[in-house]
Design a protein around this ligand. Structure first.
Ligand code: WT7
Length: 635
């Protein structure tokens, strides 16, 4: 029986029903047939959402890199595993075969071991989108070290918070990084962060830009000479199914980011299975996901999912606008990309350039288009469909989260009829529920509420690093016996899901998940600021942009507001990174508060959205008078 490649809608429903009725049998078959195990499991699933505790394939032993690399060597040794496209189009692309990847990962793994890294140690990887990033990740997995990748666009403060939260022993970084016309001094950022990271013993530095950097004696080492010395054989560490594979941080509603912990076997099985089906990947296809590996999308759908299937996965160092806005289309043409996966914010930015840029290139290789990160608006969907897919390539609008590890709701291309702005149907094995505020499940179609998942799936995060209590509170305490996603959703008359957006204090800007709290904390650090509140407002390219309402300690603050605005954004850049910069900052005498002192973001959101016709009852506020002033002076 091959459940592995879904071919038509009837088959989807048939497999879906089986995966729901007999989840253990279903996933056991997938796991048996398509992966390499050192030892099979004793039990497929045990779970308790009240604790919460979830275990898949308990008792099994494996190494994910043997599944992503070693087992392909016989049949795919000379096949390109990673196709690296550099930032600069004049620099040649690199085709790294599975055989070469095997050797490079092993060498790297041996370097890690020689520098004292052991199974279970945490290694922070702060490397731009170059092959060494993928190699470092896989090398950690090879020896059972837990990788914690931090997006190389994050600031020193964001980096050090993450390093310290998971007690990393080592940082892997590069001298610098290229992003379009810019060169970024990555090592300088690491040096600044490490002033406050006492646990870091070693820093390995990849040479990329050749920039001027300082190396700290005894701590910092160039990677290449160590690799040159290392053996290309490194036996894989045999891991338990539930051993942590990696930690990846995501924003939450407090300042402290949440270190989501993903484990080995379930994550592997589900990402591989979903990759194959959601993208309808076939042998010899060239697949490209434009996300950064610093996000979950890159972990699951640049590295683990594709490599577990022996796929060719493109790794692009640059940005869509360099050297011009034709770059994505040029790369698709150059490498004959078959599956292309990107974010609505990129689609909107590219659509703004008109279709001429697209028409210069031959995109006939494209079979499937994907979208991820935020709801894709109708206009962007049609532009993507008409100009990139030429109306013949299905768009899969894939809904999922860092926490879910892999795609949860998506059309299956050529199988599920698509509908703009709808993520459509649950993926195999996924049991969504829409609940009302009282926590009652709304059964049947044409309902709207909050999106929950009522049964475990193999790639779900198992905990928050050293904070299981927060894991339970955030995801399993709002509604009994269900995982709460934080998103709102509706189910239409045929059972298709549409994600309506976050219902908590997280704002998605250009597809980046930003918590309001850390940004407000950064603003409040400014000595002139008394208090602040952040909300989102609609933005052409970013989807949602940030609007801050700020009160000052000294209402008669003499400095002009423009300077203050710059200083506040500077602080945000330092504390979080440029992605969290504010588009609008309104200074106001007061913020609307409830009698218990909670800021009423709902009102501020309406004002920011310029939709003040129905503000609701504001008479119960502690300070209703401030609302009119805020409305009159809204930006
Ligand atoms: C949040 C998760 C999934 C990897 C990238 C983001 C929003 C994501 C969609 C989509 C509507 C989406 C949700 C979700 N989101 N994809 N196709 N349609 N919303 O991962 O940073 O953990 O963010 O992104 O609000 O909860 P993340």
């Amino acid at each position: 029986m091959s459940n592995y490649h879904i071919k038509h809608l009837e088959e989807y429903y048939q497999i879906y029903r089986k995966s729901i009725r007999e989840p253990e049998n279903f996933w056991e078959e997938v796991a048996e047939e398509h992966f390499l195990w050192r030892k099979k499991w004793d039990k497929v699933l045990s779970w308790d959402f009240a604790k919460p505790e979830i275990k898949w394939f308990e008792g099994a032993k494996l190494n994910i890199t043997e599944n992503c690399i070693d087992r392909h060597l016989v049949t795919r040794g000379e096949k390109t595993a990673i196709l690296f496209e550099p930032n600069n189009p004049d620099e040649p692309a690199q085709h790294i075969t599975y055989q070469q990847l095997f050797e490079r990962v092993n060498k790297m793994a041996n370097v890690l071991k020689s520098q004292g890294i052991k199974k279970g140690d945490r290694v922070c990887i702060y490397v731009p989108m170059i092959p060494e990033l993928a190699i470092a990740i896989l090398a950690c997995a090879r020896i059972g070290a837990i990788h914690s990748v931090v997006f190389a666009g994050f600031s020193a403060t964001a980096l050090l918070t993450r390093i310290n939260d998971s007690d990393c022993k080592m940082v892997i970084t590069s001298d610098g990084s290229y992003r379009g016309a810019k060169t970024i001094d990555l090592k300088g950022i690491v040096d600044e962060a490490l002033e406050s990271c006492p646990g870091i013993e070693k820093v390995l530095v990849v040479k990329r830009t050749g920039g001027n950097i300082t190396m700290k004696e005894g701590r910092d080492m160039w990677l290449q000479p160590l690799l040159d010395e290392a053996s290309k054989q490194c036996p894989a560490e045999i891991m338990d199914a539930e051993d942590p594979l990696f930690i990846l941080y995501t924003s939450g509603s407090t300042g402290q980011p949440k270190g989501m912990v993903h484990t080995t076997a379930g994550y592997m099985v589900y990402t591989a299975y979903s990759f194959k089906n959601a993208f309808q990947y076939r042998e010899n296809d060239v697949y490209w996901c434009t996300a950064d590996i610093g996000w979950i999308t890159g972990h699951s759908y640049i590295i683990y999912g594709p490599l577990a299937n022996g796929a060719t996965t493109v790794l692009f160092e640059g940005v869509p606008s360099y050297p011009d806005f034709g770059r994505f289309w040029e790369i698709i043409d150059k490498h004959k990309v078959n599956q292309f996966y990107t974010a609505p914010t990129a689609i909107r930015a590219l659509a703004k350039q008109g279709s001429e840029m697209v028409e210069k290139f031959d995109l006939s290789s494209i079979k499937v288009l994907g979208s991820v990160g935020e709801p894709i608006n109708e206009e962007a969907w049609h532009w993507y469909n008409d100009n990139v897919g030429k109306k013949k390539s299905p768009i899969i609008d894939t809904w999922w989260q860092t926490e879910t590890g892999a795609i949860m709701i998506t059309p299956i291309p050529f199988v599920t009829p698509t509908k703009p702005t709808y993520a459509t149907l649950p993926f195999i094995g996924v049991q969504p529920a829409i609940v009302n505020e009282a926590g009652e499940e709304l059964k049947g179609n044409q309902v709207e509420g909050r999106l929950c998942i009522k049964f475990p799936w193999p790639s779900m995060a198992r905990t928050i690093w050293r904070n299981h209590k927060r894991y339970k509170e955030t995801y399993f305490s709002t509604y009994k016996n269900m995982y709460f996603t934080g998103d709102g959703a509706l189910r239409d008359e045929v059972g298709y899901y549409r994600i309506t957006g976050r219902v908590d204090d997280v704002i998605i800007v250009s597809g980046h998940n930003l918590g309001t709290a850390p940004i407000e904390d950064a603003i409040n650090e400014h000595p002139a600021v008394a208090e602040s509140a952040i909300v989102g407002f609609p933005h052409d390219i970013k989807g949602t942009a940030l609007y801050a309402f700020v009160t000052l300690k000294d209402a008669g603050e003499s400095r002009i507001h423009e300077n203050l605005r710059k200083e506040i954004n500077q602080l945000i850049t330092e504390r979080i990174g440029p992605i969290a910069k504010l588009d609008k900052i309104q200074f106001t005498a007061g913020l609307p508060k409830t009698r218990s002192g909670k800021i009423m973001r709902r009102i501020l959101r309406k004002i920011a959205e310029k939709d003040t016709s129905n503000l609701g009852d504001i008479s119960t506020l502690l300070n209703p008078e401030c609302v009119k002033e805020i409305m009159d002076e809204a930006l």
